[in-house]
Design a binder for this molecule. Structure first.
Ligand code: TTP
Ligand code: MG
Length: 362
């Protein structure tokens, strides 16, 4: 086939650092090398609360993973090295890595601290050249930062991201247009971007366990069950994804903070005090980012892990702490009337828009 007649495929790289925070810790502490390292809340001899943020691959062999309660990680591997983390350092390292990536393509999009997309369609002729470029990027990051990453190469962002996660750590996975279907089909549905544990369970109950099952599932039934997301899941399962690599950060949809109590509490004053602290944090971030908000949501997790979220949309946009605090108190009252002790509280604001130079409204 003469390729000159065909429109050239996009070639997108997705770079994702391997066990980023714990890898930085290993670099700073060579004595950790080869040992399981768990980064997150303090384990406090198995009584710690809060969760694992990440862990190295040695710790993953014990079944530990991010999001797991730290007490469970301790049960699985009490001898691991537990670290609470140095976020300032991770931010600095992230900056250096992103500087390396940014100079490889002007079509560059950072996502979080440890991952980025690069559209290299204009820089390389084909996937073979893209592989050489990816290897050179990996080499440069390793040489300069002594850290490893995994890279996915594909015709769009969705597949590139799934590919970078395919053979971690130090993976390099290439999925050409013609191999998307075979690549995606055997993967479990939770590997699809946007499908979390809850949706995966619902899909499994419908007999859909792989992305291939999802691709061949009746699209209208998916819409019935999942609304507009049903259509997306179906398109994604076919590897179809339109979004381009954009240099600008995607607009933030919400800002929030949460906090787990050291001991479950039924002391309402104490809960309100913690909520006020969270309001201050959220408010500071809104001001720093020049954002106004309209919707306020309070989350409360009870000792039995039942979680309630209550939201309220104001008739106006604001960035005033007193407005936020007033709504948070109102929303919190409903949950504080029960008898169950509280384990975690959270405050989130959404319906955001830029201040356009205004400092406060309403
Ligand atoms: P990830 O890229 O999701 O994870 P990772 O780099 O630790 O591991 P992997 O090799 O599988 O890519 O997240 C990047 C960093 O973000 C991670 O090192 C720690 C932080 N993080 C959190 O703080 N909380 C979280 O829930 C997750 C998932 C990550
Ligand atoms: Mg990572």
């Amino acid at each position: 086939m003469k390729s000159s007649c065909r429109k050239k495929d996009h070639i997108i790289l997705h770079v994702d650092m391997d066990h980023f925070f714990s890898a930085v810790e290993e670099r700073e502490h060579p004595e950790f090398k080869g040992k399981p390292v768990v980064l997150g809340a303090s384990p406090k001899g198995g009584k710690g609360r809060g969760v694992v943020k990440t862990c190295n691959y040695e710790a993953r062999e014990f079944g530990i993973h991010s999001g797991m309660p730290i007490s469970m990680a301790w049960k699985l591997c009490p001898d691991a090295i537990y670290i609470q983390g140095n976020y300032q350092l991770y931010k600095e390292v992230s900056k250096s890595i992103m500087a390396i990536l940014r100079k490889r393509s002007d079509r560059f999009q950072q996502c979080g601290l440890d991952e980025a997309f690069l559209d290299v369609s204009a820089i390389v002729q084909n996937f073979k050249e893209a592989v050489k470029l990816a290897e050179s990027i990996r080499h440069e990051i390793l040489w300069n930062e002594k850290l490893t990453c995994s890279i996915g190469i594909a015709p769009n962002k969705l597949v590139a991201k799934i590919a970078s996660d395919h053979k971690k750590p130090e993976g390099l996975t290439v999925v050409t247009q013609g191999s998307i279907k075979n690549f995606l089909a055997p993967l479990p549905v939770q590997r699809m971007i946007g499908i979390g544990e809850k949706t995966a369970t619902r899909l499994n109950q419908m007999g859909v366990s792989t992305i291939g099952d999802l691709a061949s599932f009746n699209a209208s039934v998916l819409v019935e069950r999942f609304g507009v997301m049903g259509t997306r899941y179906h398109q994604f399962a076919h590897g179809a994804y339109e979004s381009e690599v954009v240099g600008k950060r995607r607009a933030r949809k919400s800002l929030g903070h949460e906090s787990t109590f050291e001991i479950d509490t039924s002391n309402h004053g104490f809960v309100l005090q913690r909520l006020f602290k969270l309001c201050r944090k959220v408010h500071e971030r809104a001001i720093r980012r020049s954002l106004l908000f309209r919707t306020v949501t309070v989350k409360m997790r009870h000792q039995n892990f039942r979680t309630h979220t209550h939201g309220k949309t104001l008739p106006f946009s604001t960035n005033r702490l007193e407005n936020l605090w007033k709504v948070v108190q109102e929303l919190a009252q409903d949950n504080l009337s029960g008898y169950e002790k509280i384990r975690l509280v959270g405050v989130r604001v959404s319906n955001l828009r830029p201040t356009d130079g205004q400092t406060t409204l309403a």
